[in-house]
Design a protein around this ligand. Structure first.
Ligand SMILES: C[S@@+](CC[C@H](N)C(=O)[O-])C[C@H]1O[C@@H](n2cnc3c(N)ncnc32)[C@H](O)[C@@H]1O
Length: 281
């Protein structure tokens, strides 16, 4: 018997343009032509799941716009979910040594609300929860609410479950935190129930209507604005600004030190971190 192979046709420039326009219009994630090589690898599992032969087939289904679940899967697959525990460490240090103590001194209701916007699989928010629990006993007895959101269904499901592979755990989680806050489950580790209870998770696409949100004392919006163009960045930053209480803080990724001409923030350098404090108006 001879093995049969299914011939797949290479996508045309128009097919590639259809896919990138589709992703950009729904997520604002830019997929320029020199990044089209990503499509094949990232979208292969989506094509398999939806029984599509190749990118041409996929592009033609997207043009018909008849399958919302295919569209969601395509956008989800094109997100970059790279993250780690205590990523870039300095923002966590600034929060611990300066920002949270300052906010505590100014708050009379003993409550703090923190948002990890574009949280990916949750390591950023759980790192914060662990740090507060272990290193900030002065916050014990406070009502600390942690909220994480992301565009991607898959990463939010994982964040909610708080379940990580050994490989994921090895990316930056110090041994003392692992021992204290993670429960082994076969080959995986699960964030302890105690910490998971402090966090809530939701899907939020920056460029679609936002679900209702509380006011935040601190917003972390790290390593995501780089995927958008300048206008989209500014629009998102203005919307985020409006969720922050006066005197509250915005923290960006370590390579994202500028908020352009977005008004209403004061730029401060704390230790080795640039942060933005919302002005009192
Ligand atoms: C590189 S991860 C950053 C995770 C974490 N903040 C960190 O710094 O480690 C970027 C995240 O942004 C999310 N994202 C991309 N476009 C988005 C959009 N339009 N709205 C909300 N989240 C988006 C992706 O799904 C991804 O999980």
């Amino acid at each position: 018997m001879t093995a049969t192979t299914t011939a797949t046709a290479p996508p045309s420039p128009a097919d590639l343009a259809t896919i990138s326009t589709y992703v950009e219009s729904r997520s604002a994630i830019l997929c320029p032509a020199d990044k089209h090589y990503l499509f094949e690898a990232r979208l292969r599992p989506v094509m398999r799941k939806h029984g599509l032969a190749d990118l041409r087939d996929l592009a033609s289904k997207l043009r018909m716009n008849a399958n919302p679940s295919l569209g969601e899967d395509v956008v989800d697959a094109m997100t970059t979910n790279e993250t780690s525990w205590f990523r870039d460490i300095h923002p966590f240090e600034s929060l611990r040594t300066t920002i949270l103590p300052e906010l505590m001194a100014a708050k009379h209701n003993r409550s703090l609300t923190i948002w990890s916007a574009a949280s990916s699989t949750g390591q950023e928010l759980y790192s914060l929860a662990m740090m507060i629990d272990l290193q900030m006993p002065e916050l014990h007895g406070w009502d600390v609410r942690l909220h994480g959101t992301d565009l991607s269904r898959e990463v939010i499901a994982q964040a909610k479950a708080g379940r990580y592979s050994a490989l994921e755990v090895n990316r930056g989680l110090p041994a003392q935190y692992l021992a204290r806050y993670m429960v082994r489950d076969g080959a995986h580790y699960v964030v302890s129930e105690n910490l998971r209870r402090k966090a809530s998770w939701d899907r939020l696409n920056f460029v679609a209507p936002w679900p209702p949100l509380p006011r935040f004392d601190v917003v972390l919006c790290r390593n995501v604005l780089i995927y958008f163009d300048m206008d989209v960045r500014a629009k998102i930053l203005r919307k985020i600004r409006d969720t922050i209480v006066p005197g509250g803080y915005l923290l960006l990724g370590s390579s994202e030190t500028s908020i352009g001409d977005v008004e209403g923030f004061q730029r401060l350098v704390i230790g080795r971190t640039t942060v933005y404090r919302k002005e009192h108006r």
